[in-house]
Design a protein around this ligand. Structure first.
Ligand code: IPM
Ligand code: MN
Length: 358
């Protein structure tokens, strides 16, 4: 029996409670599909930082490097300056583990969840491949004449050839494996001329993938098309910052941040899976937050670990519960956090006994 070693980092706000439901479903999947789980809990986040002054100590970081994957809840707390915990924990994991792919599927499971008129599940099935290690995220901000009328602030967007090539190659491989085989490069090469690097690498690497249909969109137009004609997109590859922005738009098209999950991936190495939503401190500890995004992050993690059937089962169960209205809404408080987890766990087992998803 394969045993997967998983780090569980619940984090801040609603993070721990939604992550607990994610773990509940992982345990159920392990029973049903016959694999082992070795779970290692990490307390890192705002409270831990207040108590100990540390974010992720180096000893824990070395241990995390040896794991198979990490399930992350949410990081962020109003007691700290914006970005401090986010960069110290999420950023550190992404950058120091070199998790260069941020994989964010945008999929409509139930028509009533979509804010767009007349769009059905077949109209929204996109995967965004967001570069996850470069761009303005990696540059130090610079302030000159701070606080004076002559202040200048700058933060460079830096792209390397290697960083660009590996993300574009990953996206081509993914696009080639999907039924529609279409890849759209989203950039802003008409204004950020540095994005010419993305254009050139997209064309060069694209020659190795004649079976993939290629397209380009500027990021502003991409936002318009995602709302007007989302069925025109299949796989998207884009820079770190634009990927951040368009995946929030994508999340709302599939029903809101309560459902959108993502993976921070380095193929073949420890990778980190997380709901896209934040820590929503106002709902902390109330058993109101929707854990679907954390549950789907767990499913993505299983898929990454090679437990494809288990991952597909969880996604199918969530999809059925949403489409049938048994989970009627993604709004916080519509159902209790733990109740949603229990329902998914029960249905996952039931689906097996009637022989669905063989
Ligand atoms: C995300 C978040 C982060 C990002 C923040 C918290 C730094 O918005 O994962 O999308 O910008 O990448
Ligand atoms: Mn974001």
């Amino acid at each position: 029996m394969t045993t997967h070693r998983i780090g569980v980092l619940g984090g801040d706000g609603i993070g721990p409670e939604v992550t607990a439901e994610g773990v509940k479903i992982l345990r159920r999947a392990a029973e049903l599909f016959g694999f082992g789980l070795d779970l290692v809990d990490y307390p890192f986040g705002a409270d831990h930082c207040v108590k100990t002054k540390e974010l992720i100590p180096d000893s824990a970081f070395s241990e995390i490097r040896q794991l198979d994957a990490v399930l992350l809840g949410a990081i962020g707390d109003p007691r700290f300056e914006t970005g401090f915990l986010e960069f110290g924990i999420v950023g550190r994991l992404r950058f120091d583990l070199d998790l260069y792919v941020n994989l964010r599927p945008i999929k409509l499971y139930a028509e009533h969840l979509c804010p767009l008129k007349g769009k059905k599940p077949e109209h929204l099935d996109i995967v965004v491949v967001r570069e996850n290690t470069e761009d303005a995220y990696r540059s130090k901000p610079r302030f000159e004449n701070k606080g004076t009328p002559d202040e200048v602030a700058a933060q460079e967007m830096i792209y390397t050839r290697k960083g660009t090539e590996r993300i574009i190659r990953y996206a081509y491989e993914l696009a080639a494996a999907r039924p529609r085989k279409k890849l759209t490069l989203v950039d802003k090469a008409n204004a950020v001329r540095a994005h010419d690097l993305y254009r050139r690498v997209f064309d060069e690497v694209g020659r190795e993938y004649p079976q993939v249909q290629k397209d380009n969109a500027f990021v502003d137009a991409c936002c318009m098309w995602m709302v007007r004609n989302p069925e025109g997109f299949d796989t998207i590859v884009t820079t770190n910052m634009f990927g951040d922005i368009i995946t929030d738009l994508g999340a709302v098209l599939q029903g809101g941040l309560g459902i959108a999950a993502g993976g921070n991936i380095h193929p073949g190495q420890v990778s980190v899976f997380e709901p896209i939503h934040g820590s929503a401190p106002k709902y902390k500890g109330q058993n109101k937050a929707n854990p679907i995004a954390a549950i789907l992050a767990g499913a993505m993690m299983l898929d990454h670990l090679g437990e494809r059937d288990a991952a597909a089962r969880i996604e199918q169960v969530v999809s059925d519960l949403l489409a049938s209205g048994r989970i009627p809404s993604l709004q916080a408080g519509a159902m209790r956090t733990s109740e949603i987890g229990d329902l998914v766990a029960r249905e996952a087992a039931a689906a097996r006994s009637v022989g669905a998803n063989p």
